[in-house]
Design a protein around this ligand. Structure first.
Ligand code: GTP
Ligand code: MG
Length: 219
């Protein structure tokens, strides 16, 4: 009983701060995504490729969430995007307050698209609103086509699915049609991109969609 009460209070407090973040994003007319996946699905790789492709078209800023180290922030910084690293010290998800503090180190007036790379975890980040416009869930082919059914909350809460590592499909038992069908069983309206951060397949379509979303947020 007590545990449930505390958890609800924590989530209520998080939602209050997330609403403040959302207002701030609206004032700055930014498009903000909360990028979620299990560890190693390719979130940072997708960011690197996205920043490279959108160079000169969209100003991308990044907030990195990690349990330990600033390795991902170093990778993103090499691509020239402003980046702030949040280290959770063992925490398995980002919370709105951590994002709020990180925002003070970014120039939102000079940003069109803000990507928040969450901690690699397909469970905990599903419950925490950060103030983003939407969650984008990344699932790689190496994880198996059953994952949307096994981790439904994440797929229910994300209107967009990016399937990564499609270059590996010839070597894996993963059935891409089943993967997409499983995701849409959980979330029928889900928009799906199929990409490879290694070969570049599908990334132009993904970036065009991001650019359209950012333009809509600016209008
Ligand atoms: N074959 C293949 N490998 C990929 C692809 N995308 C990423 N990888 C590899 O997958 C590994 C993990 O990629 P990351 O981008 O670090 O994944 P991440 O989701 O950011 O990982 P965490 O932040 O630790 O959760 C790296 O070795 C990448 O080179 C892809 O499309 N195809
Ligand atoms: Mg990463």
């Amino acid at each position: 009983m007590t545990v449930i009460t505390i958890e609800r209070k924590v989530l209520e407090k998080n939602d209050t701060i997330a609403a403040q973040n959302r207002r701030r994003f609206a004032e700055a007319r930014l498009f903000v995504i909360n990028l979620v996946s299990s560890p190693g699905a390719g979130k940072t790789s997708l960011l690197e490729q996205t920043i490279e492709r959108l160079r000169g078209r969209l100003r991308v800023s990044v907030i990195e969430g990690d349990v330990q180290t600033d390795l991902d922030a170093q990778r993103v910084a090499r691509y020239g995007a402003p980046v702030v690293q949040i280290v959770t010290n063992g925490g398995c998800h980002l919370e709105a307050k951590l994002v709020q503090d990180a925002l003070d180190q970014l120039d939102l007036g000079q940003t069109d698209l803000l990507v928040i790379e969450n901690v690699g975890n397909l469970v905990c980040p599903a419950n925490y609103d950060l103030g983003e416009a939407m969650k984008v869930v990344l699932l790689s082919t190496t994880e198996g086509d059953d994952k949307p059914l096994k981790y439904p909350a994440m797929f229910r809460n994300a209107p967009v699915l990016v399937v990564n590592k499609i270059d590996l499909l010839p070597y894996l038992p993963c059935r891409i049609d089943a993967l997409v069908a499983n995701a849409r069983e959980i979330n029928p309206g889900m928009r799906v991109f199929q990409v490879s951060c290694t070969t570049g397949a599908g990334l132009d379509e993904w970036c065009a969609w991001l650019a359209a979303q950012a333009a809509a947020a600016r209008a």
